[in-house]
Design a protein around this ligand. Sequence first.
Ligand SMILES: CCCCC/C=C\C/C=C\C=C\CC(=O)SCCNC(=O)CCNC(=O)[C@H](O)C(C)(C)COP(=O)(O)OP(=O)(O)OC[C@H]1O[C@@H](n2cnc3c(N)ncnc32)[C@H](O)[C@@H]1OP(=O)(O)O
Length: 311
Amino acid sequence: MALRVVSVLKRRLGGPGQKLLRSGNLLSATQHRWEKMPSSVGFPVTSRRSFSKTALIVDVDHNLGIATMKMNNPPVNSLSLELLTNFVIDLEKLENEKRCRGLIITSASPKIFSAGLDITEMYGKSSAHYAEFWKAVQELWLKLYMSNMVVIAAINGSSPAGGCLISLAGDYRIMADNPKYTIGLNETLLGIVAPFWFKDTLVNTIGNRASEHALQLGLLFSPTDALRVGIVDQVVPEDKVQDTALNVMSRWLSIPDHARQLTKTMMRKPTVDRLLKQREADIKNFVSFISRDSIQKSLHMYMKHLKERKE
Ligand SMILES: CCCCC/C=C\C/C=C\C=C\CC(=O)SCCNC(=O)CCNC(=O)[C@H](O)C(C)(C)COP(=O)(O)OP(=O)(O)OC[C@H]1O[C@@H](n2cnc3c(N)ncnc32)[C@H](O)[C@@H]1OP(=O)(O)O
């Protein structure tokens, strides 16, 4: 199957996209190599590099120009300060790899894409800790939302709150067709409020009315409903998520990088600038909000409820 996908990738780049690239004299080293491949054989993986840190497994295929990043923070891929920090470091590394043009984000543990922000980072800690944590959340969103790479979320499990934000920050979302999985910004269910830039990212994806409805009720959508409302772009059988992501990637990578990147910037910069203008204020706001006794109590009760569900 992987070879078939690679053939599709080569065919795609040999088509109109390739012509566009040639006319703009924009062929990257990776694309040159693709062009030289005879179409009857699969693409040999001659250069593959992996780096793996706590909580993230990154695999870079230089020939395809695609990196796959698997969140690996059992049991539920909660976004701890450590995971957020490593995520940002690895994203920066990939961003600096000229040949890496696409990134697929997925989970190493099927069933849970990510449980969102690590709630234990948000209660019973110092103000300095909350500030550091929030800065890391901001940093990841800023880097991901404005990435020069094509970012595809291969959502192979549930994806509440911060997990949903990570996928929304990408360019395209593919979700596994399993009614047990849900996705959405469910902050109100925890007694907290999605920050304005979470909200903006959702509004940019599904529009104002649907966002208001989803945010006020803290809706967690099944894959079918997520597709209907537009939170995800495609729902496919569970075992097809990765191959579909590669296929979709080939379509996006057939567009000349500079044109696609400038378009992405044009669409997203106003949203990003809104946070950049008030980044410190947003941190202060988060620290004062999360430190309130009532909010600490809500988070504590929510964690208790999560644990009691199992008993
Ligand atoms: C007006 C001013 C506004 C300013 C802005 C202010 C504030 C905004 C602040 C914050 C925004 C936060 C966004 C978030 O991301 S909050 C996190 C939301 N996440 C969730 O609600 C998900 C909760 N988890 C689940 O629903 C399930 O765990 C899940 C479906 C993911 C998996 O279910 P499963 O049955 O497989 O596993 P569990 O048994 O439930 O969990 C295993 C284990 O993991 C613990 N856990 C689960 N989620 C989290 C989490 N997000 N953080 C930390 N720990 C988590 C769970 O408690 C279990 O622990 P244990 O019992 O094994 O010890």
